[in-house]
Design a binder for this molecule. Structure first.
Ligand code: URA
Length: 197
């Protein structure tokens, strides 16, 4: 396998990240890789920022307080976690839960694209500023959440992938902020409408 653009399956992508020791600094301090989980043929992929403490311990994305809220939002639109695919841009926990650096995000981006190419989702939900700005740079989440944005991303040399990006606030902001929780609820209702079409 000569480049991340040639990785066809989710298992191959995971194996490549481990074998090539991608983002080796974070790999050293994290307990394990948190690659992503869910339906490999999902219509919807959710992308967060990076694993936290609980995710690092369990090797699964969104299993702490934010994950509990994400599960509740999904349940509110009658979607089960197993139906969708959930991952993060950065796949190792940054020490002390600091923000992932631009370099760390850049290192993982080709693998995130490869995951999307393997899954071919109808909608990509970016959770929070970091994830949204990977696809929609320079746009403010407060202005663009809950709207569908069509974008093309180039993978490898000439391969172009069309994506429908649907930005939302990160569930973590809804833990203590009632207004954000209401906005997230409303965006999940919009997402349900989009998926049903
Ligand atoms: N926050 C994230 O962005 N991702 C996780 O997996 C958990 C919390």
């Amino acid at each position: 396998m000569s480049s991340s653009a040639e990785l066809a399956s989710l298992d191959q992508i995971r194996a490549y990240i481990l074998e090539k020791n991608i983002c080796s600094d974070l790999a050293k301090t994290a307990k394990q890789l948190v690659f992503g989980e869910g339906n490999p043929e999902a219509d919807v992929v959710f992308i967060g920022e990076a694993p936290g403490k609980n995710e690092d311990q369990q090797g699964k994305p969104f299993v702490g307080a934010s994950g509990k809220l994400l599960d509740e939002f999904l349940k509110s639109i009658n979607i089960d976690r197993q139906q969708v695919y959930i991952t993060n841009i950065v796949k190792y926990r940054p020490p002390n839960n600091r923000d992932p650096s631009p370099k760390e995000k850049q290192e993982f981006l080709p693998f995130l694209y490869a995951q999307l190419r393997a899954i071919q989702p109808a909608v990509v939900v970016t959770l929070g500023r970091h994830s949204t700005n990977c696809f929609l740079p320079d746009l403010q989440i407060s202005k663009i959440h809950g709207q569908l944005h069509k974008r093309e991303v180039t993978i490898g040399k000439n391969k172009v992938m069309q994506l429908n990006i649907f930005p939302m606030y990160h569930p973590a902001v809804a833990i203590y902020n009632r207004n954000r929780r209401d906005e997230l609820n409303a965006d999940f209702v919009k997402l349900a409408e989009i998926i049903s079409k």
